[in-house]
Write a protein that binds this ligand. Structure first.
Ligand code: DX5
Ligand code: ZN
Length: 220
């Protein structure tokens, strides 16, 4: 299990009026990564954003960018997203593209590979891919929108996953409902990557205070 914590800001709930300044603010307030939720209106009900926004974000920061592909056919987007400067390409195990082929294509583009898994999916789906990927994102909400309630049973899934994969050096992340009250449980269950949208962007403490509070909550 890796020990260093990564705090990633999901920009789904950010202020798009001036995206460049918003990304700069998030960066200056100490986030380690930027998480970009891409939705196709099929895999999930909503649509979100694609390449023009990713290009803008890429030109605004050198931070690692993770594309969280909530789309039915992620393989279609690997090349263009790599060209746009994504660093980590994370797709769903429930998507319809062939998983191993998608992994291979992502690696060919020299990107890191993430697989995301929905709250109701079994961790057994992940088993054959573990040695080929860099991270697993456990969805702690149903994908599709920000600001939902954290599903605590995600922690049991991570604990079970780690008990079955003791010697694997794979990064576990949680996405959805991460706030100062929920992050510690996810940490204790083995997550080291924490993706937070409204927990950072809609926080009275401001971005710096929110990120700092999240980081501290993993230490106490
Ligand atoms: C959900 C997205 C998440 C979401 C997180 O579909 O994948 O990344 O933006 O938002 P919060 O932290 O508000 O639950
Ligand atoms: Zn996400």
């Amino acid at each position: 299990m890796k020990n260093q914590c990564i705090i990633s800001t999901s920009i789904l709930s950010s202020n798009f009026k001036n995206l460049h300044n918003e990304i700069k603010d998030i960066e200056n307030c100490g986030t380690d990564e930027i998480h970009i939720d891409v939705m196709d209106g099929e895999f999930v009900e909503n649509l979100s954003f694609g390449l023009p926004i990713i290009n803008t974000i890429r030109s605004s920061t050198k931070l690692p960018l993770e594309g969280h592909m909530m789309v039915n056919y992620p393989i279609k987007y690997v090349k263009s997203f790599a060209d746009a400067g994504i660093d980590i390409f994370t797709f769903h195990i429930e998507s319809k593209s062939p998983t191993m082929k998608t992994i291979e294509l992502i690696k060919k583009q020299n990107l890191k590979v993430g697989i995301a898994i929905n709250p109701d999916s079994s961790i057994s789906l992940l088993q054959k891919y573990i040695d080929h990927i860099d991270r697993i994102i456990f969805m702690s909400v149903y994908p599709g929108k920000g600001g939902q309630k954290y599903i605590r049973s995600t922690e049991d899934k991570m604990i079970e996953f780690l008990s079955l994969n003791k010697n694997k050096n794979i990064l576990l992340g949680v996405d959805g409902g991460i706030k100062s009250e929920t992050i510690r449980g996810a940490y204790n269950a083995g997550a080291r990557l924490f993706i937070s949208g409204t927990g950072i962007l809609d926080n009275k403490l401001g971005y710096y205070g929110a990120i700092d509070q999240l980081r501290r909550a993993t230490l106490n």
